[in-house]
Ligand binder design. Sequence first.
Ligand code: PMP
Length: 445
Amino acid sequence: MNYPDDAPASQQIYARARHVLPGGNTRTTVYMKPFPLYAVRGEGCRVWDADGAERIDCINNFTAMIHGYCHPKVDEAVRKQLALGTCFGMPTESEIELAEILCERLAGVDQVRFTNSGTEAVMMALKAARAFTGREKIAKVEGAYHGSYDYAEVSLDSAPANWGDSAPTSTPYAKGTPTGVLDDVVVLPFNNTELTERLLREQAGQLAAVLVDPMPNRAGLVPATAEYMACLARVAKETGTLLIFDEVISLRLGYHGAQGIWGVKPDLTTLGKIIGGGYPIGAVGGREEVMAVFDPTSGKPALPHGGTFSANPISMRAGIASLRLLDKPAFERLEAIGNRVRQGIDAAFERLGIPGRTTGRGSLLKVHFTNNAVVDYRSAYQNADTAKLLATFNLGLLNRGVLAASYGLMALSTSMSDADIDQVIAAAEGALHDVVQSLETAQAV
Ligand code: PMP
């Protein structure tokens, strides 16, 4: 199958989409030039598109589908709830059950508040931190993605032109970001302990929270060093700033989340994706004293929060089933297949003699076309040349039956067999051959 030539059905659907969706698109992350491939069906780790092409899915809806598609246990839980009603203007017991699982697994989570997306979870966590501390500013890592809340997306695509020699600056991601938002966000250099500590201390007394993803996907998918994380926890504690772990993706890394791996107990944790078993969800959890900002029992809470579909029992039931399947052996398996794919791709890079390697841990990995140390957003930043190589690699994967996110992220699922993993590694090696060929062609010109 050769994209785009062999995908006339998707091309036709896209032409129709252009009439009613801006640019034919309703989700920037799934846009593809000249047109996206439209999904028709998924089962296990495979997805079929509108032209009937079958692929192994390493996007897994941007890490959400940790068991792949149509897991019988998740489907059964949803079917049972469907027969009982999909959502009510009343609470259901299902929200308690999912909250109990999260509180039991995550050291920093005594109580939980459900939302409909990770974006909303991050927004509510930042608002909760402001309500609790009475402070207005927040600190976040340069280039780290936390969804679409104005404050959370500051500096997301910070570019070399505004890097300078000193601390990162607050750059807007979207047109129309209010200046007030930029003024209230302090941007931190990931894994740079000294400068981060200085910035946090300079703002002490004004910062409500420091928001961190322990392995920020868009900032290179490199784990925070133990030293960096310890610095954030220590300085946050000493300055009365709340530490927020964004575990919307990193919960995937272990049974006790990233906070279990790093041995840090954040004040607040944001969750999403896998806790909904394939249905819309988000959650903010944290220590009881902070979560009290949501408590309505003594009148209007410090932070009122509703949401028509928050804690809807379909998402709750799917999430419960999905997390029950994610027991400790499931995490061990995810770790093992992640290691195999990383090692397989790294070995192929070495054999072919082209600069590059993987980053990531557990079931997550990313390919970088550089031999330089990748430690943060700036060292992972793609220039025009490396971006071209990644595009060639991704196209090579696609045409060999493997889906990866356009920015290089691959997320594995429990539904992948050893043979599926072999297929992913073989496709990656083939795609790297395409990269070698493109480099040779460029040299010959
Ligand atoms: N935080 C992180 C770390 C994420 O990766 C994402 C989404 N990819 C979000 C928050 C936002 O979640 P959602 O897409 O559910 O709004």
